[in-house]
Design a protein around this ligand. Structure first.
Ligand SMILES: NC(=O)c1ccc[n+]([C@@H]2O[C@H](COP(=O)([O-])OP(=O)(O)OC[C@H]3O[C@@H](n4cnc5c(N)ncnc54)[C@H](O)[C@@H]3O)[C@@H](O)[C@H]2O)c1
Length: 345
């Protein structure tokens, strides 16, 4: 099959591209590298021995999308801005990139005659009122402009299904972490905001310590609880979703493990795994953070047979391997890249 991956040079997109290539599909990537990196695609090519076609451009531009989508069977739409906290202070930027991006995508797909799409949605569509574990039937009441942009993206796809007979699947990712087992591709985050990248940056000595935002939540240890899913499992979920595109319609599925880990638990596991002690500070809650976000993953499992494989330690270990080999992500000076170093103390 020929697939278009928007945002294919990003963290999750590069893993999806790798898995599609390994499964024998042809891949076109559309990316403008605003947060992604061309080196990710070069390494995917190196790991798989297979080329990807690159169209460099903005997904909001329907003409660019139509060109990239020509002859394509399925689109995986990952290109978007993703930081919940940033969306609280710059909502207009999130509506612009995520909603104008979706509009450009839809128009471009119509022009190219492509009718099948897998969309990167998020647990952020639910908001903090949702009962745990969160099922897909929970009402969508996002706490952030980011979450709203994803909920509206899903609704646009539901209308494309209804009005134009498209097949669309929205995957509501919980908390993607980790990296490819090779340590060659991972999250390029010069200013990390995610839990695991911030912990690992502190363990590497790039930050003076780790701050837990909010220790007074109504949880057993007072810190937020997250459903961490490995980026490798997530990439596999995209391939597992393909058979769902046989019939017209739109459906949304949680992609998580169903297991919750507290922020404190993750910090302690990372210290134990690396053998490095970390100064841990506490700070106030961050606006927009859900106290607990744990998926009910059954619907996707029942529809596709997909089951997440990696546990907490696997995810921290692969992320650690990636940051040790690439302390500045894809901007790590070349002489360091691939340098053999002991990974664990
Ligand atoms: N990482 C997470 O925690 C998380 C959680 C839930 C959902 N998601 C969603 O998954 C998707 C991928 O996230 P990620 O973590 O890989 O982020 P990322 O920032 O690493 O990747 C996004 C990619 O899209 C590209 N991009 C962004 N806007 C674009 C535009 N207008 N035109 C062309 N390219 C553009 C970027 O250059 C980058 O390569 C996003 O849609 C995000 O909202 C991510």
């Amino acid at each position: 099959m020929r697939c278009l991956v928007t945002g294919g040079a990003g963290y999750i997109g590069s893993h999806v591209v790798l898995h599609l290539l390994e499964a024998g599909h042809e891949v076109v990537v559309l990316d403008d590298f605003r947060t992604g990196h061309p080196e990710a695609l070069r390494r995917v090519q190196e790991l798989t021995g297979r080329p990807t076609l690159l169209v460099r451009g903005d997904v909001a531009d329907a003409r660019v999308v139509a060109r990239a989508a020509a002859g394509v069977d399925v689109v995986f739409h990952l290109a978007a801005s993703k930081a919940v906290g940033e969306s609280m202070v710059r909502p207009e930027a999130y509506f612009q990139n995520n909603l104008a991006g979706m509009t450009g995508l839809l128009e471009g797909m119509v022009r190219a005659g492509v009718k099948r799409v897998v969309f990167s949605s998020s647990a952020a569509v639910y908001g903090s009122h949702a009962r745990i574990p969160i099922s897909e039937d929970s009402a969508l009441r996002p706490d952030s402009p980011y979450g709203l942009s994803k909920a509206q993206g899903e609704q646009m796809l539901a209308w494309m299904a209804r009005s134009r007979g498209w097949s669309a699947v929205s995957l509501r990712y919980f908390n993607p972490v980790g990296a490819h087992a090779s340590g060659r591709i991972g999250e390029h985050a010069p200013h990390p905001t995610g839990l695991v990248p911030r912990v690992l940056a502190a363990l590497l000595g790039q930050r003076p310590g780790f701050t837990i935002f909010g220790t007074d939540y109504d949880t057993p240890d007072g810190t937020c609880i997250r459903d961490l899913v490995s980026v490798e499992d997530l990439a596999r979920a995209h391939l597992a979703a393909l058979p769902l595109l046989r019939e017209p319609g739109h459906a949304a599925y949680n992609v998580g493990t169903g297991l919750g880990h507290s922020v404190l638990e993750v910090v302690e596991a990372a210290q134990e795994l690396t053998g490095i002690d970390l100064p841990v500070m506490t700070g106030p809650r961050r606006e927009g953070d859900m106290p607990v976000a744990v998926a009910d993953p059954r619907r996707f499992r029942e529809a596709t047979g997909f089951e997440a494989r990696d546990g907490l330690l696997d995810m921290i270990a692969s992320a650690w391997r990636w940051v040790r080999a690439n302390p500045h992500g894809y901007d790590t000076p070349r002489r360091r890249l691939g340098e053999a170093e002991p990974l664990f103390a």
